[in-house]
Design a protein around this ligand. Sequence first.
Ligand code: SF4
Length: 184
Amino acid sequence: MNDELFNLIERLANLLRQETRLEGQSLGLQPIQQEALYYLSTCNRYSDTTLAVTEFLGLTKGTVSQSLKILESKSLITKLKDNKDRRITHLKVTEAGQEFLAKTCPPQKFTDAITGLAGDEQSETRALLQKVLNNYQQATGRTAFGVCKYCKFNLKTSDGIRCGLTNETLSNQDIILICREFSA
Ligand code: SF4
């Protein structure tokens, strides 16, 4: 049973990789460059650094730095110094990067396959896959990079939403992004 599930998820992941790779070729992007770009479009302001990309992708700093340089040379990302701490450099996806991602992530054929499911089937699938991911993250101890709104530091106060770790205000957009400081 477990093997069947593993095969199924692996097959899905493999198909998704193949489809997105095809799109990436149109811009001469390697899969790892696409993955880094996609990650940067889904992470929050505490997680958009070279170090965070390295941790998320589980690759060496040299490989990731090289990929980020290519993304920058193609104007898909840009560097921005942190307002409070000038030692920190944020990596922001540019408009061109967003446009590219809008066409490729998720691939249109994947969206078609998902919309072939009924609304309750989609919700059920999402909930089950989320559970599998949570359990797997717990088992591997790789619990960072969760969605902000589910973090134990995400506080709802009378003044709005606040991060209990950084004490900064969070917007509705912030809380749907992933964070390297996430804690369940
Ligand atoms: S609440 Fe948690 S996930 Fe959200 S920004 Fe703070 S540490 Fe990150």
